[in-house]
Design a protein around this ligand. Structure first.
Ligand code: ZN
Length: 386
């Protein structure tokens, strides 16, 4: 986009890309197309890592990176563009340096901002292809709508636990993401990787598929995943493919679109502005320090409503595990006269548990504010965090 497709390759570039130049599907002309191409990657995390690394290695001339997150230790199990020495740095800066190390011929544009309805069109406009490396529904719909409105291909991928999906949505060639999923799932129903976990190699598998699709589209070779949804079950190692069709009633790519400009994607996805914590009375909240003072009382029952996997990582001493989904079925184990303190990771599930117990007539119930995360910060500093 920023350079002419006819721009020649230097001798150094010819040597670097020689295995591409030998391929009939790439060759000298194809490599020049790659050099002239620009690709915007939304997110520099699990999917964004292999996408950016392979596109850089392949010689895509210009790569845009949008992310405002900082590299955290818990990212390193899968976000391989970052290393231990990058913890605490901006992901876009860490990724930019990795790309420069892989291929100094690539120009990198970084956008230290959240991709939102306010900036998305301006950022995406100058790129040939947009790749979705995000992990949340509002941004996924935003990326889709930006691509439909600008007439650009949206190379889609998503991952969860051991399962992944990939497709190429392009309103010119087939359905868009909204044709497949007209409505987002109810808020909170589909957990993300931070809540449900993800096997580290999965974003590598899906991300490289996305990179391959982008390269094919740039070259104009092969059969991109238009009108096809690829499903991967990495636990049983099975790929399945679903045909997907343009929805004539699609709100954005159908013949009578109702969405002609970007909308509020948080509202569309039913996400409350700040938190999905249930409102409970202030006297039903206990701080970590208060709990530490009261914990020795023998009548206090401490309940961990997280998952067994989280409980195994760290737990407050003498607490019992009742995962939130099991709580409604295990009320008979609890006494209504006894003082109960609930905790989860950050306080959100705990507030739901308190509300549920209140509805069932348990009135001496409190929620540990900030969950075990706050407990680890304020009381037990030796406790691991996750
Ligand atoms: Zn559509």
């Amino acid at each position: 986009m920023n350079q002419k497709a006819t721009e020649d390759l230097s001798n150094e570039e010819i040597q670097r890309y020689s295995r591409h130049l030998l391929l009939p599907e790439v060759g000298l002309d194809g490599q020049k197309k790659l050099k002239a191409a620009s690709v915007l990657i939304i997110g520099t995390g699990g999917l964004g890592s292999p996408i950016a690394m392979y596109l850089a290695a392949a010689g895509v001339g210009c790569i845009g990176l949008v992310d405002m997150d900082i590299v955290e230790v818990s990212n390193l199990q899968r976000q391989i563009i970052h290393g231990s020495e990058n913890v605490g740095e901006l992901k876009i800066e860490s990724a930019k340096r990795s790309i420069a190390r892989i291929n100094p011929f690539v120009k990198v544009n970084t956008y230290r901002e959240k991709f939102t309805a306010d900036n998305a069109l301006d950022i995406a406009r100058d790129y040939d292809i947009i790749i979705d490396g995000t992990d949340n529904f509002p941004t996924r719909y935003l990326v889709n709508d930006v691509c439909v409105l600008l007439g650009k291909p949206n190379v889609y991928g998503s991952i969860f636990r051991f399962e992944g999906q990939a497709s190429v949505f392009s309103a010119k060639h087939g359905p868009c993401y909204r044709c497949l999923y007209p409505e987002p799932p109810p808020e909170g129903l589909v957990p993300n990787c931070a809540e449900g976990g993800v096997i580290g190699v999965l974003p590598g598998m899906i991300g490289t598929i996305q990179a391959n699709e982008a390269i094919k589209i740039i070259l104009g070779e092969g059969t991109p995943l238009y009108s096809r949804l690829l499903l991967l079950d990495a636990l049983d190692m099975r790929f399945r493919e679903m045909s997907i069709h343009k929805n004539p009633a699609c709100h954005i790519c159908g013949p009578n679109p109702t969405i002609t400009q970007l909308i509020d994607y948080q509202v569309f996805c039913g996400i409350a502005p700040k938190t999905d914590a249930v409102q409970i009375a202030p006297e039903q909240v206990i701080s970590p320090v208060e709990l530490a003072e009261q914990i020795t009382q023998s009548e206090l029952l401490l309940i961990d409503v997280r998952s067994p996997e989280e409980h195994a990582i760290c737990a407050i001493e003498n607490s019992i595990l009742i995962p939130l989904p099991e709580l409604p079925f295990r009320l008979h184990e609890l006494s209504k006269d006894r003082a109960i303190v609930i905790y989860c990771k950050s306080g959100i599930r705990g507030s739901k548990a308190v509300a549920l117990l209140n509805d069932e007539g348990f009135l001496h119930v409190k929620n540990l504010s900030g969950g075990i995360k706050a407990w680890a910060e304020e009381v037990d500093v030796e406790m691991p965090s996750y």
